[in-house]
Design a protein around this ligand. Structure first.
Ligand code: ADQ
Length: 734
């Protein structure tokens, strides 16, 4: 619309300029003609009057002159006539003669012995005064001035302008309407149609027609049509290849292959994902709506799956501008720039969110499941809010699957432990898998929870319970065995309770390995210049969460600087720490502790031009992180306890140069998958320091060997394979 108005506005301006130019020429022409007519009539009148009065004037018969003038004025309807003597003094004539006060015109006519004229404007109108010299024996003896009313000339010019302006307005009206119609209905519509159809082709709709409604665009449409045909062909080939790869188990898993796999296994059964966190959050910055993807493992893992398979993702709408960007039903299509699936937001009141999210999820279950020596806070009101919000999620899903037979439901993480049983109770035909993204502790540790039985029963509603590691599965089975009346089948790793069976299986989560499919990027070193980092770079990337062991990491680095002076001034630890769960006191305090610890070490070793620890307290984009992963000499992961840790896998995936060293905590699930890493106990600063020294002095050949192993493992077991295995295991449980 804005462009239409701009085009119409420019055209209107051009028309105004052209029409204005023609109106001005017409007015000037008319003025010239009327003036010249007035001048010649005045000359004729003055000449004939001079002939009549010269004899009487020369004999000084002033009264005769006055009589002649009076007669002439009334017969010719003149504005005035005056006769002046050689000194320029009025001898006879009209008293209110419109003549300039200084009588310059009269004097000039007499001095030059030539006629002259001028226009004079007065309050009562415009006059033309013509002056000719009077003679006696060829000598100038006075002057005769004749005045005519010239107001009609101005009036004529005004009428010409008025007519032209009315005509112009009329023209403008017709012209802008024509332009508007032309641009809006002919150009805009044709272009929008082409854009829409191209978008549809890009999204894979093969039936869409790219032909525009206007023949004007036919040549362009012809070219577009050729490009889209090639795109469809390329897609068909890719899809065919992916289908063929399904049979060949050793080929890599890609989004295409997962799509084909889902088509083959689920036919048209849609996938529903439920998680607390949403992949796209809307906030408002200075009145403008922004989209952000929160930092966190669940979203990193699930987003590529949804992009590949489509379906619906149900999540807590927690952004300040979430309501205004979703429809009345809480739904919107995402990713915003290229929609591939539906995000449905669940609205939770601030009071319930406080109890369910801050309270029970993050102050009770999170420390309960992680062995980080933080005491869980069990509060009855938090538990009630947790139950209520789980009920709300289940109700929202049940509403969405009302008309869907055998839906596939993937419940994510510890915020929604009660949801599987609530779904199965109403919809036994739904196939429900739950994936627990954090560790499952030992039975002794878990059983301090006052509501352990309800939580376990909620989870046992799932047909399939997934954890990152076999150890987590074992712990879960033991916990159920100790608390819930059930039959445990260790042979098939399943649990029978009442008439229902839950399989328990490890699915070590991963990332969307970009592999060599992405164009190779040369890392951009500007970030190092900006942060004043020279020499070796040790990189840490985490949410500012106490399970990530960031102060322990700093301690390990401090130990390295204490014991190895050669690293002082030559090695920097860059910690990217995205703020997380800041509404929870424990997390806020932890972030402050991280800052204080980095400042202490910087004070101890820092110099004028070297800061040992640079702490960036913000979220970095995927591209920024990928760049840093490529620049780092060492990636340091020191989680005190971590389900998997995707940062470690992202680091390996980013290293196409097959160098760089990963130092990882033995308590992170990823330490089992990434065999080429140096594994440390993060509680031991000595161990971390020794591993850092080994990493920083490791020969390139060894780095390559280790990195190759790690990259192969991420490539082979990426997120597409993870979800294919989870969905396959679930869909086979008929
Ligand atoms: P998280 O505890 O969030 O995940 P992790 O697996 O490391 O931990 O995933 C973090 C994700 O967030 C990564 O993709 C990382 O790139 C991103 N991230 C971290 N800090 C960031 C920052 N400062 N800026 C931008 N992005 C940042 C939970 C469990 C993990 C488990 C995952 C997946 O705690 O153990 O691996 O879920 O199941």
């Amino acid at each position: 619309m804005k462009q239409v108005l701009q085009i119409a506005g420019s055209a209107v301006l051009v028309v105004i300029l052209i029409a204005g130019y023609f109106a001005m020429s017409q007015a000037n022409q008319a003025k010239l003609e009327l003036t010249s007519r007035m001048q010649s009539r005045s000359q004729v009148l003055a000449d004939s009057l001079a002939e009549s009065i010269e004899p009487s004037y020369n004999t000084r018969a002033t009264s005769t002159v006055q009589r002649i003038i009076d007669r002439f004025v009334s017969s010719e309807r003149l504005a005035g006539i005056s006769v002046f003597n050689s000194s320029g003094v009025l001898v006879a004539g009209s008293l209110d003669m419109p003549i300039t006060k200084d009588g310059k015109l009269v004097a000039t006519a007499m001095d030059s012995d030539e006629a002259g004229g001028e226009f004079i404007r007065r309050n009562d109108g415009t006059y033309y005064v013509h002056v000719i010299p009077l003679h006696e024996d060829e000598r100038v003896v006075g002057a005769l001035a004749v005045a005519q009313n010239a107001t009609y000339i101005d009036e004529n010019i005004r009428l010409i302008w008025k007519d032209n302006i009315i005509r112009l307005l009329f023209l403008l009206l017709i012209f802008s309407a024509a332009i508007f119609v032309l641009v809006r209905w002919v150009f805009s519509q044709a272009i929008s149609k082409m854009v829409e159809s191209l978008k549809a082709v890009r999204k894979g709709d093969s039936e869409v027609d790219t032909a525009p409604s206007s023949s004007f665009f036919e040549p362009l449409a012809g070219e577009i049509s050729k490009v889209t045909t090639s795109l469809r062909q390329a897609r068909r080939v890719a899809s065919e290849e992916a289908r063929m790869r399904l049979e060949k188990l050793d080929s890599p898993w890609t989004a295409e292959r997962l799509k084909e796999f889902i088509k083959a296994h689920l036919k048209d059964r849609p996938i529903f994902i439920l998680s607390n966190g949403e992949p796209y959050v809307n906030t408002k910055v200075r009145g403008e709506v922004k989209w952000t993807t929160p930092a966190g493992g669940v979203i990193t893992a699930m987003e590529p799956v949804m992009e590949a398979c489509g379906g619906m993702w149900i999540a807590h709408g927690s952004g300040a501008a979430d309501r205004e960007t979703a429809g009345a039903d809480g739904k919107l299509s995402v990713p915003p720039e290229e929609p591939k699936y539906t995000l449905k937001r669940v609205w939770v009141s601030p009071k319930d969110a406080k109890g369910y999210y801050n309270g029970f999820s993050n102050e009770a279950l999170w420390p309960l499941c992680h062995m980080a020596h933080v005491r869980p806070q069990f509060r009855k009101e938090d538990w009630l809010a947790y139950r209520k919000v789980n009920g709300l999620f289940a109700k929202t899903l049940l509403e969405e699957i009302r008309h869907v037979e055998h839906p596939i439901v993937l419940v994510q993480d510890y915020h929604l432990a009660l949801v599987p049983a609530l779904i199965k109770k109403s919809r036994p035909d739904a196939q429900v898998a739950m994936f627990w993204h954090i560790p499952w502790p030992s039975a002794t540790q878990f059983n301090i929870c006052p509501w352990r039985k309800e939580i376990l029963e909620g989870m046992l509603g799932a047909d399939l319970m997934g954890f990152h590691t076999q150890q987590n599965c074992n712990n879960f089975m033991d916990t159920v065995a100790s608390e819930v009346e059930s039959r445990i089948d260790y042979e098939h790793f399943s649990i029978f309770r009442e008439a229902h069976r839950t399989f328990v299986k490890p699915f070590p989560i991963s990332i969307a390995y970009p592999g060599n499919a992405e164009p190779s990027e040369t890392p951009d070193r500007n970030i190092l210049v900006k942060l004043k980092i020279r020499g070796n770079l040790i990189l840490g990337v985490d949410r500012l969460d106490y399970i990530k062991g960031i102060p322990e990491r700093f301690k390990g680095f401090e130990f390295l600087l204490d014991g190895h002076a050669e690293y002082r001034g030559t090695t920097t630890l860059l910690q990217i720490g995205s703020p997380t769960r800041e509404s929870v006191g424990m997390f806020r305090e932890y972030a402050q502790r991280v800052v204080a610890e980095s400042e202490r070490i910087n004070e101890k070793f820092g110099t004028k031009d070297w800061k040992p620890i640079i702490l960036e307290r913000r979220s970095y984009s995927h591209a920024e992180l990928r760049n840093l992963y490529q620049l780092a000499d060492v990636c340091l992961v020191t989680s005190l306890h971590d389900g998997m840790n995707l940062v470690a896998k992202e680091f390996a995936a980013a290293r196409r140069d097959e160098s760089g060293v990963l130092v990882i905590s033995q308590f992170a699930g990823a330490s089992r998958d990434l065999k080429g890493a140096l594994v440390v106990n993060p509680y031991s600063a000595e161990e971390t320091s020794a591993a850092l020294h080994t990493a920083l002095s490791m020969p390139k050949t060894e780095q390559h060997r280790r990195m190759k192993t790690m990259r192969a493992s991420v490539r082979e077991y990426n997120i597409y394979r993870w979800s294919a295995e989870l969905i396959k295991a679930l869909s086979q449980l008929e």
